[in-house]
Design a protein around this ligand. Structure first.
Ligand SMILES: Nc1nc2c(ncn2[C@@H]2O[C@H](COP(=O)(O)OP(=O)(O)OP(=O)(O)O)[C@@H](O)[C@H]2O)c(=O)[nH]1
Length: 250
């Protein structure tokens, strides 16, 4: 079986349909304190962290079932201190980007615009194109909101990407849904990129205008199978919480 999924991605799950990538590499970008680690840890462990090591950058993986198909989701939780610098380490690796801001912090939203520009400049025209999802985090802080939902939607629409608001400290299923939605987007893109390009004008108009705020799909029932960091794997260390030693988990 060969997968039409470039950039040296591997294929090791035999039951994956031909056009579907068996791995999905998600890079999480955003300003300091926007909640990148909290979202990552929530997805991996269902728990919320309140303290973290801001210099910790690592890649974690989790075997997931998304729409009855297995996929290895790898998550790179980045620790850039001042916006997009030294992006080479993830630009070629990512199948999807989460660009995260905190809805109660206007400047974190401004940093997102820089990330959007950097990432879309790199990804546009690639086959398959890495998918970008804008995330307004800390939805539980709505009463302190500094970025309106329509501002988020407008930015996403400017770059033609999906947009969700979420909270890393509330329910696990909505955080998981966003990661699964990223997998779906990556699969759609993989499928699109192996199809000949016969798009009617009507369809093109629909797809161009459809970017923007999207209601979360019903939470998937898939359950977390394993939690391992790639570093831990390579050193054959015990999986799970040892990899998260930079976090305090509640
Ligand atoms: N209320 C609330 N707090 C959150 C949420 N997500 C993260 N936080 C808190 O915000 C702070 C920063 O969260 P992190 O996940 O460490 O943010 P980060 O983007 O990884 O930060 P850096 O590692 O410094 O880049 C922590 O105190 C978290 O507990 C959320 O959804 N709601």
């Amino acid at each position: 079986m060969s997968l039409m999924f470039g950039k040296a991605r591997t294929c090791n799950i035999a039951t994956v349909p031909e056009h579907e990538p068996s791995e999905c590499n998600i890079v999480i970008l955003g300003a300091l304190g926007s909640g990148k680690s909290a979202l990552t840890v929530k997805f991996l462990t269902k728990r919320f962290i309140s303290e973290y090591d801001p210099n910790l950058e690592d890649t974690y993986s989790s075997e997931e079932m998304v729409d009855q198909h297995p996929v290895l989701v790898k998550v790179m939780d980045t620790a850039d201190q001042e916006g997009p610098v030294n992006c080479e380490r993830y630009l070629g690796w990512a199948s999807a980007f989460f660009i995260v801001y905190s809805i109660d912090n206007r400047s974190s939203f401004d940093v997102c615009q820089q990330y959007m520009e950097t990432v879309t400049l790199y990804t546009k025209g690639l086959q398959p194109e890495a998918q970008v999802i804008l995330l307004g985090n800390k939805l539980d802080m709505d009463r302190h909101r500094k970025v309106s939902r329509s501002d988020g939607a407008a930015l996403a629409s400017r770059f033609g990407c999906l947009f969700f608001e979420v909270s890393a400290c509330s329910d696990f299923l909505s955080v998981q849904s966003i990661f699964h939605e990223a997998v779906r987007e990556v699969r759609r893109e993989a499928e699109r990129s192996i199809r000949p390009l016969f798009i009617s004008e009507d369809k093109a108009a629909i797809s161009l205008s459809s970017a923007c705020y999207k209601e979360l799909p019903a939470p998937a029932t898939a359950k977390l199978v394993t939690v391992k960091s790639s570093r831990a794997q390579s050193k054959r260390r015990a999986p799970t919480l040892t990899l998260l030693k930079g976090f305090k988990i509640f």
